[in-house]
Design a protein around this ligand. Structure first.
Ligand code: SF4
Ligand code: SF4
Length: 112
């Protein structure tokens, strides 16, 4: 099982912003329009992540216990690319910071 399935900290720590062309109203876009809000001229973010405390509206479950992404197949690239080795137990700085904010120990550092 991936450590991310019992974490979810990064989905409730940072503003999850990405280009408008990833929204499903654009050709080839995947992210449901109803779940995003505008950030700037060409950017949107996942609803719930621009506020403080932050929590993406697509995050299901309890952080640090059991979580899932309601739009996993349609999540933006910034989510797909975040901490790519976390699924195998190796965290980077952003992953560690997110986990720290939620009182979770960091994963094994990538450089270790
Ligand atoms: S990438 Fe890191 S912070 Fe995000 S869910 Fe996985 S372990 Fe948690
Ligand atoms: S879209 Fe999914 S993976 Fe991305 S921040 Fe929201 S819950 Fe997390």
């Amino acid at each position: 099982m991936s450590p991310c399935q019992t974490c979810g900290a990064c989905c409730a720590s940072f503003r999850v912003s990405f280009p408008c062309y990833e929204v499903d109203v654009a050709p080839g876009g995947l992210v449901p329009e109803a779940l995003v809000e505008p950030v700037g001229q060409d950017l949107v973010c996942m609803r719930g992540t621009a506020s403080s405390p932050s929590r993406c509206v697509a995050l299901r479950g309890a952080i640090g216990q059991s979580v899932s992404c309601a739009i996993y197949e349609f999540r933006p690239a910034v989510c797909r690319d975040f901490a790519p080795l976390a699924a195998v137990g190796r965290g980077d700085e952003a992953c560690s910071e997110a986990r720290r904010r939620h009182g979770l120990a960091r994963l094994t550092p990538i450089a270790a």
